[in-house]
Design a protein around this ligand. Structure first.
Ligand SMILES: Cc1cc2nc3c(=O)[nH]c(=O)nc-3n(C[C@H](O)[C@H](O)[C@H](O)COP(=O)(O)O)c2cc1C
Length: 224
């Protein structure tokens, strides 16, 4: 009998795209009578008791799914820490499937597949997990998890992600491997005139505002 443990690796915790994906996945799994729970890694690192609770949950699960954002082309620190804890625990992971769902800020899922996906794969094989598959989602902010939105509340932008989550559930049900998959949430017209120019300038203004707020000289050109 499958038992799925989702580890939410977002630094945003419950109000995140990762959490939104996890909650939707849990509902789909429960519809198939597959037991599923989600832990937020950030919270599990707070104390030795919480760490033990996470390690115990991993040792009981048949499928471990890390759902995390991309941070600096890599996995967030709390995921790295969880990976270290798993490796150091030396628990037997031989028959456990490890799946990975990532979302990035940039629209191109290659941001994920060209780097961090390889790290997750290497991790899975080095600790002895069975690779269960991966879903790389470009443009994850479209799912509006940071506003606490759930997938069914964001309309068409969530369509592709929902289809893939259903496939993941089918793969768990049939004990098969879900193929490494990439999806794009930002529609193609966003990359064309005039949207491209509009969003690029909005983005630039946004970054400059944050930089100025943090005391940076936003228009400095030190290499000129
Ligand atoms: C510290 C930090 C680093 C990030 N680095 C990247 C990056 O390298 N590439 C990218 O596409 N997005 C990057 N992002 C954006 C997040 O991946 C994106 O906002 C994601 O949708 C957040 O998902 P969450 O709500 O599940 O945390 C970064 C965000 C933060 C906070």
């Amino acid at each position: 009998m499958s038992e799925v443990l989702i580890l939410n690796g977002s630094g945003r915790g419950k109000k995140s795209t990762s959490a939104g994906l996890g909650i939707y996945l849990i509902d789909l799994l429960k519809e198939e009578s597959i037991a599923a729970t989600m832990l937020t890694i950030r919270n599990q690192l707070n104390s030795e008791e919480k760490i033990k609770e996470m390690v115990d949950a991993i040792s009981e699960a048949t499928h471990i799914i890390v759902i995390a954002p991309l941070y600096d082309d890599c996995q967030p620190y709390n995921v790295v820490k969880a990976q270290e804890i798993i490796a150091e625990s030396k628990m037997n992971l031989e028959n456990k499937h490890f799946l990975f769902i990532a979302n990035s800020g940039f629209g191109e899922p290659e941001q994920i597949t060209e780097g961090t996906l390889r790290i997750y794969k290497k991790f899975a094989s080095s600790v002895g997990f069975r690779w269960g598959g991966s879903l790389s989602i470009g443009g994850g902010e479209m799912l509006q998890g940071r506003y606490g939105k759930l997938l069914h509340e964001v309309g068409t932008f969530a369509k592709n992600a929902i289809v893939e989550l259903e496939k993941i559930v089918n793969s768990i049900k049939s004990e098969s491997t879900y193929p490494d998959t990439e999806i794009i949430l930002i529609p193609g017209f966003f990359y064309k005139w005039p949207f491209k120019q509009l969003f690029t300038s909005m983005n630039t203004r946004g970054w400059k505002k944050v930089a100025a707020k943090n005391g940076e000289k936003v228009d400095a050109k030190p290499f000129l």
